[in-house]
Ligand binder design. Structure first.
Ligand code: WTA
Length: 642
């Protein structure tokens, strides 16, 4: 049934949080609509007087005059409302250890951590880096920062010492929070060692490293180090939160762009929280009193920020936080967790769904998944086959799937079905949600609506959770997002088209950003990691279509004269390990081809398009602009040899 679509059942529609009239309200009064969302989903210490100040575009100010404390919104207000006994977090550790954390518990833990950070000298405005596995302390540390108005910069636990060093330096973080190790598939993997290496030296801005005891692995100890339990556990469980301006910075999150240097995406407090909470309610159809929600993302990515920490906690949800992987100790681990906690809303990524498809439908079939009533997808386009499998085998053939398009930069969901309203079209993220406006432009920057024509996705109005800039680089912010089609349009970097029903289909990145298993990687960043290896003279990287991971990293390298005769297999293995060490194992190329030339235009630009043709096993496209067309023949011969 390739063309089948799926209307919401009347029962689902009747109880849904997100209703059709939201579209009309937002259409009629854009600012009034968002003001209402901000007042509904956020508790303000001081109400705002101006909904949107766009006079300094593209630098937006939302909810001007308003004051709030984000952590208070995520924790304290639920306790005050009498829900202190509600479970905030069902923590499921990688080793089978568990914790049940109520909102009252969370409040105490966040207050203690806020007091601890204060003792270390952290003040409003100071930056704190967080490099932790998926353990409760990660969430507690983020909220403690929010409570103090000290922007956090969470660094994904898979990143290397170099990646930590550059992020810590860029944000000038005074404190890093890490752990003595992390559990990975039954083994203990080091974590603190990367931090040690990253903060070593006089020039590091880091004064203190707070170390959570997680694995009892032996760690080296330095003057900067302090154990989390020794510092935090003795603190008072009370802490008076200060109100912050709506535009007070909440966090910086680094993400790949088209150049080698990651961008520090800046998000602020009021607008971010309002849209994270609002979208979590209407898109995931969250009923905080009855649902058990589970977002499988790591807090190192934006999905973990908006839909594991800020959105669900602002809404007072009960959620599962899982430290481990889907396939350890067995491939039914996720479904075992769904059954155990009666998870009703599951939000995950297409790459995970494809992996489960490969393992087979008989695995989820062994568990009782009948609690599931909403499924979500994020990070990359979900192919219709995976969509149908997800609905059939995880969603009991009836759960609506929300395919949510958004970005680190947008802070929250922008394009998605509403599960109680939208007739679902597998593979398409469909329509902008109420309050959001998108268009598709052609090469000339003209909007069009013709079906099946491919163009560029743009956003045409500011939105509350939009990035407020790139940390320390206003020029790059304007140039990257607000110049491609003029200052009226936010350029998302994604290709898109409409279908005949007006649904939007996202078609992947149009810039030099790759999407591997939902992780954003820049070709330039991996190229510079390769070139930093002593044997490499030149490198070109492309993202090639891949059945499992969406895209896979393919690298083409020219070796230096003296290395060219070395054992090629070993060189390739060394280079893969080198990239993993320089950036992260997720950036490791799937394939590295040693070549003698790279295809270049007369102006010296590498024609990645042709390399992509090779990697995807296609006929090579137009190569007439190459300086030397025979280069591609050599590369193709090399391919058939391998
Ligand atoms: C891609 C993740 C198609 C897109 C929240 C975007 C998607 C980039 C979808 C942002 C989706 C994310 N359908 N593509 N539902 N969701 N993308 O910053 O290319 O890690 O620009 O944010 O992921 O990735 P990021």
């Amino acid at each position: 049934m390739p063309d089948q679509n799926y209307a919401p059942s009347p029962e689902f529609a009747a109880q849904a949080v997100g209703t059709a009239d939201l579209f009309d309200q937002a259409e009629k009064d854009f600012e009034g609509f968002w003001a209402e969302q901000a007042r509904t989903h956020v508790t303000w210490r001081t109400d705002f007087d101006t909904t949107l100040d766009w006079s300094d575009a593209p630098f937006a100010k939302w909810f001007v005059g308003g004051q709030l404390n984000v952590a208070e919104n995520c924790v304290d207000r639920h306790v005050e409302a009498g829900n202190g006994d509600r479970v905030a977090i069902h923590f499921e550790g990688a080793e089978g250890d568990t914790q049940t954390i109520t909102y009252a518990d969370l409040q105490k833990r966040v207050c203690q951590a806020a007091n601890a950070f204060t003792e270390l000298g952290v003040r409003t405005g100071d930056r704190v880096a967080i490099y932790l596995p998926m353990i409760p302390e990660a969430i507690v540390a983020m909220l403690a920062c929010a409570r103090l108005g000290a922007p956090h910069s969470v660094i994904f636990g898979g990143f290397s010492a170099d990646a930590i060093r550059s992020r810590v330096a860029d944000a000038e973080a005074r404190v890093v929070v890490t752990a003595d190790g992390q559990h990975r598939k039954g083994k203990v993997a080091p974590l603190k060692t990367a931090v040690d290496e990253a903060v070593r030296g006089e020039d590091s801005p880091v004064e203190h490293v707070v170390v959570v005891r997680r694995t009892d692995a032996d760690v080296e100890w330095t003057d900067k180090d302090v154990w989390w339990d020794e510092l935090v556990d003795r603190q008072s469980t009370e802490h008076e939160a200060q109100a912050m301006d709506a535009e007070h910075p909440l966090f910086i999150l680094y993400t790949s762009g088209t150049t080698g240097k990651p961008k520090g995406i800046l998000h602020t407090s009021g607008g971010y929280l309002a849209q994270a909470a609002y979208t979590n309610r209407i898109v995931h159809d969250l009923h905080p009193e009855t649902d058990v929600y589970w977002c499988t993302a790591d807090i190192g990515w934006v999905t973990g920020h908006s839909y594991l920490v800020y959105g669900p906690l602002a809404n007072g949800a009960t959620q599962v936080v899982y430290e481990g992987t889907p396939d350890h100790p067995h491939q039914g681990r996720w479904w075992e967790i769904v059954e155990k906690y009666k998870v009703s809303i599951l939000y995950t990524a297409p790459t995970a769904i494809r992996a489960c498809m490969k393992w087979g439908a008989d695995i989820p079939a062994k568990y009782d998944l009948s609690s599931i009533r909403v499924l979500g997808s994020v990070g990359e386009p979900i192919n219709p086959e995976a969509w149908r499998w997800y609905r059939e085998h995880i969603g009991g053939g009836s759960a609506p799937i929300v395919d949510t398009w958004w970005q680190t930069e947008t802070g929250a969901i922008m394009i998605s079905p509403l599960p109680g309203v939208t007739t679902l079209e597998p593979g398409s993220a469909q329509r902008p949600i109420p309050g959001i406006s998108a268009e598709i432009l052609d090469d000339m920057g003209e909007p069009f609506t013709e079906p099946e024509k491919v163009g560029y996705l743009v956003l045409t109005k500011p939105w509350p959770s939009m990035l407020r800039g790139i940390w320390g680089d206003d020029a790059r912010y304007k140039e990257t997002y607000w110049s491609r089609f003029g200052s009226e349009y936010y350029f998302a970097g994604d290709g898109a088209k409409y279908d005949a029903d007006g649904n939007i289909w996202l078609l992947g990145r149009v810039d030099d950003v790759m999407n591997v298993s939902g992780h954003r990687l820049s070709t330039a960043e991996i190229e510079s990691a390769l070139v930093s290896h002593p044997t490499v003279a030149e490198a070109a990287v492309v993202g090639a279509a891949d059945d499992m991971t969406g895209q896979a990293v393919w690298a083409f390298v020219i070796l230096r004269g003296d290395a060219a005769n070395d054992d090629e297999e070993k060189t390739v293995a060394d280079l893969k390990a080198h990239v993993a060490g320089e950036i992260s194992p997720i950036a490791k190329p799937k394939s590295i081809m040693v070549v003698s030339e790279l295809p270049k235009t007369r102006s010296g630009k590498i024609m990645r398009r042709l390399l992509k043709d090779v990697a995807e096993g296609r006929e090579i496209g137009d190569s007439t602009t190459l300086t030397d067309a025979s280069v591609m023949d050599f590369i193709k011969k090399g391919m058939s040899k391998g």
